[in-house]
Design a binder for this molecule. Structure first.
Ligand SMILES: [Zn+2]
Length: 82
């Protein structure tokens, strides 16, 4: 699977983001990217602005430079030609 972000798009608020949109979180400092599970968020944050949530996410490296990416996970087999 690879992640295809929707370029320059954000729902603004997480709770208005459609369920079919996959979310990843990336640390702008160390570059680590991982799946983001919106269901693990406290309700208070779920209703917050995306930018506000990004400010609260702390990476394993200790930095708070998270960026939420919205897009789709796609199976790579269909378009990888090697
Ligand atoms: Zn990091």
């Amino acid at each position: 699977m690879r992640f295809l972000p929707i370029k320059d798009w954000s729902p603004g608020y997480l709770y208005v983001c459609p369920r079919h949109v996959d979310i990843r979180v990336r640390c702008e400092t160390c570059g680590i990217e991982k799946d983001f599970d919106r269901d693990t968020l406290p309700i208070a944050l779920y209703r917050a602005e995306v930018e506000d949530i990004e400010r609260r996410l702390k990476c394993a490296c200790g930095e708070k430079k998270a960026r939420l990416l919205f897009g789709h996970l796609e199976a790579a087999a269909t378009d990888e030609k090697g």
